[in-house]
Ligand binder design. Structure first.
Ligand code: SAM
Length: 433
């Protein structure tokens, strides 16, 4: 409990942590501190290695250490704790900064948030309060466009020569974001193993294909096609060759450059997979993607959409109760809010991130229902899994958070598994949601 004035001021200073984290992650400070060992590292020694002003190093580390990200062991000597190690790439501080191949931890994701997103976020209020531009429906007048002086979408901006490192980092950030969900969320949320031999799964806007990779690792009977923009597809090929060598040569995976705003040429997909794609776009643009997939679908093709579903703070709208998994059946213990309160902020964080860098949004279940229906899809079922109670392994410090005490259903996440339904809704239902 604290005074209301403190609460509101603390909230308004939220940017401080992002700014400080950005400096630390970008300056290899986390790597330098790790290399110094458990006794910690003096700011002068950090400065000798990364060239920063030592007092500024202390100034960015202290607000973080106050929030239990790093520790100040003695005056100006900082060491890692189990939270701060997650922004350490695990690589030598001398290695190519900004290269996340083989990196551990969350640095790529943190920098997506603290670099382009953070810079854009400063312009959110200007953009959303600008009535003329809001009513014009201009897709490319986002806070990111204002911050960087462009008039193109995020991904086209990433393709510019100056931003290629950022685009690569984005791919790794997506890979990391997948690891933040519980390991079984995807593999157990849908019966992949029940799909017929050689079913083709088309991962549309699949990035470096990390979700498909996870499914492929335990389902050797399935085939995958990863579709994305040209540069990303090259990165995907390398990623698979490292993580599942030989899969490409064996015909288990292929890669194709594809613009999802154009017609989908693959007509024999068993599954179209869309993970964190729909949320990037406004309804008008998301509809284009969904309709192209609908046009290319066979009557047996399923669409699987994996997104955060925004929970209402007051508790869920019960009108979709008849759809398996659409409405959580358990409520959190009081005094937690019906949406689990601050332990379940991820959907709202990502929603405002979409407001900053694109014209997309996180959607409520009814919003997804309407959107998919307009594109000719009907949701057959939904599967939720917890967001908040998992952390990726951190090898070097064995930093596994023991989540058992929180219980398996501590907070609802948000995976919508939508299924293609052509004429009859009930006859093509899958057995298990
Ligand atoms: C938020 S990422 C999600 C990536 C991947 N599905 C995952 O979950 O890791 C969105 C992806 O859409 C891709 N993308 C953006 N515009 C595209 C377009 N017009 N056609 C195909 N892919 C596109 C981006 O390159 C990016 O990889």
């Amino acid at each position: 409990m604290q005074y209301p004035a403190r609460s509101i001021l603390d909230a308004s200073y939220g940017w401080v942590v992002s700014a400080a984290l950005g400096v630390v992650a970008e300056s290899s400070t986390a790597e330098i501190i790790r290399e110094a060992g458990p006794q910690g590292c003096h700011i002068d020694d950090i400065a000798k290695k990364n060239g920063m002003d030592p007092t500024k190093i202390a100034r960015v580390l202290r607000p973080l250490a106050t929030q239990h990200i790093f520790r100040e062991l003695s005056p100006n000597v900082f060491a890692h704790n189990r939270i701060s190690t997650l922004i350490d790439t695990g690589k030598s501080f001398r290695s190519n900064p900004g290269c996340y191949t083989g990196a551990e931890g969350l640095a790529a994701f943190v920098l997506l948030n603290t670099d382009e997103t953070f810079k854009a976020a400063g312009y959110i209020q200007d953009v959303v309060l600008d009535e003329a531009s809001e009513s014009s429906g201009d897709e490319f007048n986002t806070a990111l466009n204002k911050a960087f002086g462009t008039h193109i979408d995020l991904f086209s901006w990433y393709e510019k020569p100056d931003n290629r490192k950022r685009y690569k980092r984005f791919g790794f950030a997506m890979d990391v974001s997948r690891k933040l969900t519980p390991p079984a969320a995807i593999s157990q949320g849908f019966q992949w193993s029940a799909l017929p031999e050689k079913t083709l799964i088309v991962d549309v806007g699949g990035g470096i294909g990390s979700l498909s990779l996870e499914i492929a690792q335990v389902n050797p009977h399935l085939r995958f096609l990863i579709q994305d923009k040209q540069g990303v597809i090259r990165q995907a090929e390398q990623h698979w060759e490292t993580e599942l060598p030989g899969a490409s040569a064996a015909g288990r995976v292929s890669f194709g450059e594809h613009d999802f705003f154009g017609p989908q040429s693959v007509k024999d997909a068993g599954i179209f997979l869309l993970r964190l794609v729909v949320h990037d776009w406004s309804d008008a643009y998301a509809l284009k993607i969904l309709k192209h997939l609908r046009d290319a679908a066979q009557s047996t093709t399923k669409l699987i959409v994996i997104e955060n579903v925004v929970p209402l703070v007051c508790g869920e709208d019960e009108s979709f109760k008849h759809i398996p998994g659409a409405v959580p059946t358990t409520l959190p213990p009081k005094p937690l809010l019906p949406n689990y309160g601050i332990v379940n902020m991820v959907p709202y964080f990502v929603d405002i991130q979409m407001m900053a860098i694109l014209r997309g949004c996180e959607r409520t279940f009814p919003h997804y229902w309407d959107l998919l229906k307009k594109a000719g899809w009907e949701i057959e079922g939904s599967s939720y899994s917890p967001w908040v109670n998992c952390l990726p392994d951190c090898r070097k410090a064995s930093l596994k958070l023991d989540t058992r005490s929180l219980g398996p259903k501590f907070a609802p996440m948000s995976i919508v598994f939508g299924c293609n339904v052509r004429k009859t809704v009930s006859s093509s239902r899958l057995n298990r949601w």
